[in-house]
Write a protein that binds this ligand. Structure first.
Ligand code: PBG
Length: 321
């Protein structure tokens, strides 16, 4: 027994291109944006190349450059200048949404992240009880619905709740529909795990749980990495509550979950390649231990192979696909 069998179709680049089953298009990519209140000039996000904490002024030419590069979908994180415990002020982010949509209109698709972690004094994704040991569910959901209404009224094409409270998708869908905003989509962070890969994001969004909190981490609301069936229930629940797009987050450590959920729940699926994953790739490349563009493409290919339709990626704007 000798000779080629499986290798024949891998021998040259043309055949490899012809026989490929998975392709990544820049149309699938969503670029995160940070706009920060009260800073004078854009600041690089620590650990990630070509991503900035933008000012309201600097974000506009950044988006223009991204559109020229063929990236037209964005996920916006507004970082307000003032921390509060209640009666949150959603105007800063809403003003940025209005300015972006005023300048670029239908040339782009703008999703706004909906959460309270950048707003709260303690850094949790919702409002704490008096004892400080529980994130109140329904009070938080009411506040998230107010934020979503404000962002959608300002012109966001999509609102994306990332808080992990129960019932927020239904509450947001209801408030949008009651206010003539039935065209605004909801992208739910349905399977968002309590991960240790969120570090660079929390620094950029000023949203880490504060030192000295009684509740030190997000384990009482984000999913347990060791309990994947909870992700399936969460996805089914959010689908039933009216989500238009569901998400798995992080990406590479949860490819098994992505593959299982995309097969089980027939909605469009996004995956979020989070800040720590991005920093890992960028640091490998910086130290000469990986080809940056090729490693990036490999990870995006894995997401599409596992069933993702859309990919949220900090590297979207430098995509070589
Ligand atoms: C929180 C939120 C997080 C991210 C987006 N929204 C993480 C967290 O739980 O602190 C993480 C994104 C990333 O790491 O890139 N609402």
């Amino acid at each position: 027994m000798a000779g080629l069998s499986l290798r024949r179709s891998r021998l040259n680049r043309h055949l490899r291109e012809l026989t490929r089953e998975i392709r990544v298009h820049r149309e699938q990519l969503i670029q995160p944006l940070f706009i920060v209140d009260g800073i004078q000039r854009p600041e690089p996000v620590d650990g990630i190349q070509s991503v900035y904490r933008d000012t309201p002024e600097s974000v506009l030419p950044q988006i223009e450059a991204d559109l020229e590069a063929g990236i037209k979908k964005f996920l916006l994180f507004g970082v307000p200048g003032r921390k509060q415990e209640r009666d949150f002020d959603h105007r800063f982010t809403s003003l940025q949404i209005a300015a972006i949509k005023e300048q670029f209109g239908e040339d782009l698709w703008l999703a706004a992240d909906v959460c309270l972690c950048s707003h709260t004094t303690h850094g949790h994704c919702g409002m704490l009880n008096d004892a400080g040991d529980y994130v109140r569910n329904d009070a938080t959901v009411a506040e998230l619905a107010r934020a979503a209404l404000s962002y959608a009224s300002a012109g966001a094409d999509c609102v994306a709740p990332s808080d992990m409270m129960d019932g927020r998708v239904a509450a947001i869908r209801a408030v949008l529909d009651q206010n003539d905003l039935e065209r605004t989509a909801v992208m739910s962070y349905a399977a968002k795990f309590q991960s240790h890969f969120y570090g660079p994001f929390r620094a950029a969004a000023n949203s880490a749980p504060a030192a000295g909190n009684r509740l030190s981490d997000r384990a009482s609301y984000q999913l347990d990495p060791a309990r994947p069936t909870d992700a399936l229930r969460s996805a089914r629940r959010d689908a039933a509550e009216g989500a238009d797009i569901l998400m798995v987050k992080p990406g590479l450590p949860y490819l098994d979950v992505l593959a299982e959920l995309t097969a089980a729940v027939e909605l469009p699926w996004a995956v979020y390649q989070v800040s720590g994953e991005q920093a890992a790739i960028d640091m490998l490349a910086e130290r000469g231990l990986a080809d940056r563009d090729a490693a990036q493409r490999e990870s995006w290919t894995a997401f599409v192979r596992a069933g993702a339709n859309a990919i949220i990626s900090y590297a979207a704007r430098r995509a070589v696909v």
